[in-house]
Design a protein around this ligand. Structure first.
Ligand SMILES: Cc1cc2nc3c(=O)[nH]c(=O)nc-3n(C[C@H](O)[C@H](O)[C@H](O)COP(=O)(O)OP(=O)(O)OC[C@H]3O[C@@H](n4cnc5c(N)ncnc54)[C@H](O)[C@@H]3O)c2cc1C
Length: 350
């Protein structure tokens, strides 16, 4: 992360040795184990070695670190790191300091996820630390019969990490990405100031930080919108031989109105597989569905390989061209379809 007042991301000084050797209110690590972890990510494509890592035990340590950098004539780079599931070094800081946010979890003393709400108005929310994993947010809220309005499909990501991107998943078409379902943030900005922001308060910072790729501050708390948890899910699998029928049906599915319309879908006859979800155990099978794939890849040693990964938003008018140019001409013709391709229909107005 670069201080807000310094828009050039590559200008950075080295860390003054005093910050590494003296007690300055926080303790930096520069042991090989800490540096190695902070210089890799899920992508395994780029490697940037920081000078040090901060395992914060409080928000004030993050404040202190950013102030140290901001007060230098040429600040050093600081990057927050959640789970490090980025693919191109977004959570790295060459010669700078990586703030290992998950360390905060051990110091929250039960305050990492606090669920509140008012049943009469239906206004429910959770105040969660930026370091918390979505899977833990989900389990904590389910205990109150509530759940985040918008989830990622894979839940072993941090709140701060996905809110710095977008946070997309199966509910995005209906409720928007996770960044559209946040009421308030506590942020340590690029000057090392602790700022609470929302749509009404310091809104410029609020909108900059949400989807801001960690460039405008470190999220230390987010107030997440909740709703009564669903009591069951329905999974449907349909097969298609024709891309245009598939994309047409995706659009129909997100605008579908009532049971009758489902007959209008164009999937291959006989290919429909419906899982109504066992009301007693659907949570244990539905939520970890991507995690299962992860554990399998890990057991095959495939989690540590390079992962080129691209997320694109394609307008409806270009979907067919994209299919012709990328799927047919590149992926299929060159037979390089070794990784999964996920296509989510979205509503732009969400
Ligand atoms: C297996 C897998 C499944 C995935 N599934 C989904 C999915 O279903 N939906 C989806 O939307 N994405 C998904 N992603 C992508 C993922 O959301 C992003 O990579 C996200 O950034 C990862 O969160 P993280 O905690 O690993 O963040 P990191 O990779 O550690 O950080 C991501 C960015 O956020 C910044 N950052 C981290 N914490 C903070 C903070 N507290 N404050 C400010 N900035 C911060 C970092 O500096 C960096 O720029 C997936 C990735 C993988 C590898």
């Amino acid at each position: 992360m670069n201080p807000i007042c310094c828009p050039c991301p590559r200008i950075s000084s080295v860390i003054p040795p005093i910050l590494l050797t003296k007690d300055v209110g926080y303790k930096l690590r520069d042991d090989p184990e800490a540096l190695k972890l902070a210089s890799t990510d899920y992508g395994h494509i780029v490697r940037e070695i920081p000078s040090a890592v901060l395992d914060p035990s409080s928000t004030s340590e993050i404040v202190g670190l950013i102030k140290s950098s901001y007060n230098l004539s040429v600040p050093f780079q600081i990057a927050a790191r959640g789970q490090g599931h980025s693919v191109r070094g977004q959570a790295m800081a060459q010669n700078g300091v990586v703030v290992s946010m998950t360390a905060l979890k051990h110091h929250r003393k039960g305050t990492g996820i606090l669920v509140s709400g008012d049943p009469s108005s239906g206004y429910y929310y959770a105040d969660v630390g930026g370091e918390q994993l979505w899977v833990d947010v989900l389990h904590a809220t389910l205990e109150h019969g509530l759940a985040p309005v918008s989830w990622t499909d894979y839940l072993y990501l941090t709140v701060g990490g996905t809110l710095s991107n977008a946070g997309i998943g199966g509910q995005t078409f209906r409720y928007g990405p996770q960044i559209s379902n946040v009421y308030e943030l506590d942020v340590v900005n690029g000057k090392g100031e602790f700022v609470t922001c929302s749509v009404d308060k310091n809104s410029e910072l609020f909108y900059a930080v949400l989807g801001g790729l960690g460039q405008f501050g470190i999220i230390v708390r987010a107030r997440i919108a909740l709703e009564p948890a669903p009591t069951r899910v329905k999974w449907v699998r349909m097969l298609y031989s024709d891309f245009s029928a598939f994309s047409r049906d995706q659009e129909r599915l997100i605008t579908i109105n009532g049971r009758k319309d489902k007959n209008a879908l164009d999937y291959l006859e006989g290919s429909l597989l419906m899982n109504q979800g066992d009301p007693n155990n659907w949570r244990s099978s539905f939520f970890p569905r991507v995690r299962g794939g992860e554990l399998k890849l890990q057991s095959q040693g495939l989690w540590e390989v390079p992962h080129p990964w691209l997320n694109l938003f394609i307008p409806k008018s270009q979907v067919s061209d994209f299919n012709d140019g990328v799927f047919r001409e590149i992926l299929l013709k060159r037979n390089i379809t070794t990784g999964p391709v996920l296509l989510y229909p979205m509503n732009r107005n969400k």
